[in-house]
Design a protein around this ligand. Structure first.
Ligand code: SF4
Length: 291
């Protein structure tokens, strides 16, 4: 079992996790909101270290990253756990469970993953499928040697991480796809059980560090489909992330606890048109017939 980074031991055997803005204070035997970081006798453990739920060679476009070495393959790895609770999650089978569920998984060592990436036609390693930041220690144990070998690290994340671990991650990361759920803090609080501001700070920090950034926005009917709020978000992205930012506007389909009908295609096209008036690279995802 691996000791976690970014925690402070407190009185009474509690630990205070400082990895993400939830700032969980966890009693002995308990888990943080991500369900993978556990207090064991006043020490925070990274319980999902080495637990791999998904391990595939994927096209880079599947992350999605459309403007980063298009046509390349990338070894993609994921574990379980997440610090969000979005009821429409399409990966709830791995994101919304902890060790106690006995989820199917394999144990791998960082060396094995790095070796597979280096001995294949992979451009590097992508950390994806579940939220990789709650898997921070294992991700970093892979990402450092990947970087040393001159390959690329790609992070697909919700962006809900504190500045210090983000800075550490940025030292070895090359490209990001950040899932922006809404431009309304209330949506973050009600559905994701999180907050908007730390995600916006992450986006600004990635841009300031000069890393490649693409943003995904999943349009969920009745949740984040207000067009005025959407245009506000687009203008913010243009101002803070610059014209280079690539936006993926994705269509929602019912999943996990969310049963509303899929996003109307007409609305998707309207949103693409609004975003396209401000940003040069806007793509629709999960829309039949869309190039
Ligand atoms: S990483 Fe997990 S334990 Fe740490 S603050 Fe976030 S949700 Fe809580």
């Amino acid at each position: 079992m691996h000791t976690a980074s970014y925690f402070v031991s407190k009185e009474g055997g509690k630990v205070h996790c400082t990895l993400c803005p939830h700032a969980c204070v966890v009693v002995h035997g308990g888990y943080g909101k991500c369900r993978v970081r556990k207090n064991e006798d006043g020490v925070m453990l990274a319980e999902s270290w080495g637990a791999v739920s998904g391990y595939h060679m994927d096209p880079i476009e599947k992350k999605p990253l459309y403007h980063y070495y298009p046509g390349s393959q990338i070894l993609s790895v994921g574990s379980y756990g997440c610090n969000f609770r979005c009821p429409w999650c399409q990966n709830a089978g791995i994101s919304q469970c902890g060790a106690e569920t006995g989820m199917m998984r394999r144990e791998l060592l960082p060396d094995e993953i790095v070796h597979t990436a280096a001995s294949s036609d992979s451009m590097g390693v992508a950390y994806t499928y579940n939220e990789p930041t709650v898997w921070f220690e294992f991700m970093m144990d892979i990402a450092r040697p990947v970087k040393e070998r001159g390959m690329k690290n790609v992070v697909v994340t919700n962006g809900f991480i504190n500045p210090a671990p983000l800075d550490e991650m940025l030292e070895v990361s090359d490209a990001f796809n950040v899932d922006l759920k809404s431009f309304d803090d209330e949506v973050y609080r009600e559905y994701a059980k999180a907050r908007l501001e730390p995600v916006l700070n992450t986006l600004k920090t990635i841009v300031a560090a000069g890393k490649h950034l693409e943003v995904t926005f999943l349009v969920v009917p009745g949740v984040n489909d207000d067009l005025e709020r959407f245009e506000e978000m687009i203008k913010w992205l243009k101002a803070e992330a610059g014209k280079k930012v690539v936006l993926h506007v994705n269509r929602y389909y019912p999943s996990w606890k969310m049963h509303a009908a899929p996003t109307p295609v007409k609305l998707m096209r309207r949103m693409k048109s609004i975003a396209g008036a401000h940003l040069p690279h806007v793509y629709l995802g999960n829309v039949p017939g869309e190039a």
